[in-house]
Design a protein around this ligand. Structure first.
Ligand code: MTE
Ligand code: MO
Length: 550
């Protein structure tokens, strides 16, 4: 035992690699594939699976946002620079979360491999590595907004279970007799030295992996069963509003076939948020605190909302990250209480010019106070298209503010309104390089034909949707190639806070053609052709697409 133990595995690897230099071939390759390093990496991966799955299982009894994967991912999102967020949304669209999970899975896999190898070669160092990772995860967990310190328990138990699994597997590797002349202190770590075969190691790893899979699935099922929020939502009866939505006039739908439905069904409504696991708040527990520069701090329960003077109206939401021609916009019928009335109850004080709304999971939006008080009917909404708000869209209560991009107004799972000043506080995305205010820019979108489509010559229906919430759309024009701008047929306008569809009949001649569209808003202003990126306050420019007429 006079050799430092770190040298032994190296010597051992040399012995394995030696034949490779002499006569490379299949035999050697297969040996190397199941060499100690690879097996140790495998042990690391199995142990990581134990950490995550045990935490998931125990986590079923704690806040969903506190499980390691969700907490790590959320923390990553919060620290994502805006160029990366922009890139992710541009590249993956609403699949940006899937992309994040794949990226995290790869990172965790690589780290687990490294930790497995380290633990095999120097156990104490491996333990230190695992504990460090555990500490990082615990930090990510307890720093989430609305998460209690006790929510660290699943991660702590998971980490301990992972260490036990790692020790179990690595011990089997130490005991393995298959590596020639294993007379090192690595072997001495398993003093009784019962010969362990590769097969036994794989069996042990397999059992560990299977146990993890069962724990993870069990955790999932358990949390689903324990969550009765979804069921409560289903059975919520929406009250009749004092001021129901005006009937949707005939002819709001574009005449061009294939244009998006004027009312977006809840299931098709775009979803953008920083929440990796959808917050589950029961309506009974929900409370809205209104405070800050107010005469009276108030607290509103869900029952208070149901009992209020309710309004209902169609409003189109738009995301600031929507690229020109993009589909991060939707139109729905919302039911809720005017925020104006809530503010009147609280009594905003002289000097206040902003309301900072915060969600249960720490997202926040800065909305100009006067926008929430004017007649555009900003609301605390709990109904969407005659249903209770879907969980992903903010159940039980969210904000809907006509005319502003979602990042400065549409707070989902809202629990806090602070009346304050733009000079005094900043919202979530403003802290990350986006603007502090976000009026929606006038936009015309071409939906049919699709970009790069091949269409038959003759009459082609071009059509799409345009929006300039609170100003309304008064004109959409289409330009073919570099011809004149020609007015499209506008569908009926339901209101200035909803989008407006349009269509245009085009006599298409064979060959490649370019289609452009632009809108004019209710103030007479023509949509700018000045191209701008979504950062910091929304994309602009005319959409232009190419089609081939055959
Ligand atoms: N709690 C919370 N609310 C949020 C967000 C968020 O990340 N968290 N994102 C906002 C943004 S950027 C947009 S565009 C809208 C999208 O609302 P939707 O997902 O219902 O379409 O929600 C807003 N409300
Ligand atoms: Mo957004």
């Amino acid at each position: 035992m006079d050799k430092p133990s770190t040298q032994t595995p190296r010597a051992e690897e040399l012995r394995i690699e030696k034949p490779a230099r002499k006569r490379p071939g299949q035999h050697t390759a297969s040996k190397r594939l199941t060499g100690p390093t690879v097996l140790a990496a495998l042990a690391g991966v199995a142990a990581a699976a134990v950490v995550l799955s045990v935490a998931e299982l125990i986590g079923a009894f704690f806040t969903a946002r506190a499980t390691p994967v969700i907490a790590l991912g959320s923390t990553f999102i919060d620290f994502t620079p805006s160029w990366l967020k922009d890139f992710a949304i541009a590249t993956f669209g609403t699949n940006d979360k899937v992309a994040l999970f794949v990226g995290m899975a790869v990172t965790i896999l690589l780290l687990a491999c490294v930790l497995g190898v380290v633990a095999y070669r120097k156990w104490a160092l491996g333990v230190a590595g695992v504990l460090l990772m555990g500490a990082v995860i615990v930090t990510a967990v307890v720093t989430r907004s609305g998460v209690k310190p006790l929510d660290a328990i699943p991660t702590v138990i998971g980490t301990v279970a992972g260490l036990i699994a790692l020790r179990f597997l690595v011990t089997r590797l130490w005991r393995m007799q298959v590596w020639p002349n294993l007379d090192s202190d690595l072997a001495a770590k398993a003093p009784d030295r019962p010969a362990t075969s590769r097969r036994a190691f794989f069996a042990a790893t397999g059992v560990t992996a299977a146990a993890s899979a069962i724990a993870a699935t069990g955790g999932r099922l358990l949390s689903a069963a324990r969550s009765n929020v979804a069921q409560a939502r289903e059975s919520l009866q929406l009250p009749t509003p004092a001021k129901p939505a005006p009937a949707v006039p005939a002819g709001v739908q574009s005449k061009a076939p294939g244009v998006t439905p004027w009312v977006t069904p809840n299931n098709d409504f775009y979803r953008i948020d920083t929440a990796l696991s959808v917050p589950e708040i029961s309506a009974q527990d929900w409370e809205l605190r209104v405070h800050g520069l107010v005469d009276r701090e108030i607290r509103l329960s869900f029952q208070d909302l149901l009992d209020a003077n309710l309004i209902e109206s169609h409003v189109s939401l738009t995301c600031v990250s929507n690229p020109v021609g993009g589909n991060l916009a939707g139109n729905a019928k919302w039911l809720g209480m005017p925020i104006r009335d809530v503010l009147t109850m609280a009594g905003p004080q002289e000097g206040a010019d902003m309301v900072l709304s915060t969600s249960i999971d720490g997202f926040s939006a800065s909305t100009p106070l006067e926008v929430l008080q004017d007649d555009r009917d900003a609301m605390l909404a709990f109904g969407m298209n005659d249903e209770a708000l879907p969980l992903e869209h903010g159940y039980p209560v969210r904000m809907v503010v006509p005319g502003l991009y979602g990042f400065v107004s549409a707070t989902k799972w809202v629990v806090d309104l602070e009346v304050t000043r733009f000079a005094d506080s900043q919202a979530y995305w403003t802290q990350r390089g986006w603007s502090e205010r976000g009026p929606i820019k006038t936009m015309a979108r071409v939906e049919v034909p699709k970009s790069f489509a091949k269409v038959p010559a003759g009459r082609v229906a071009i059509g799409g949707t345009a929006w300039a919430q609170t100003r309304g759309i008064t004109k959409v024009e289409v330009q073919i190639d570099n011809g004149p701008w020609t007015e499209a047929v506008l569908s009926t306008e339901a209101s200035v806070v909803t989008w407006r569809q349009w269509s245009f009949d085009w006599e298409a001649t064979p060959g490649p053609h370019y289609i452009k569209a632009r809108a004019t808003d209710g103030t007479g202003e023509v949509q700018t052709d000045q191209r701008a990126d979504p950062v910091p306050d929304g994309a602009s420019g005319w959409q232009s697409l190419m089609v081939t007429v055959e």
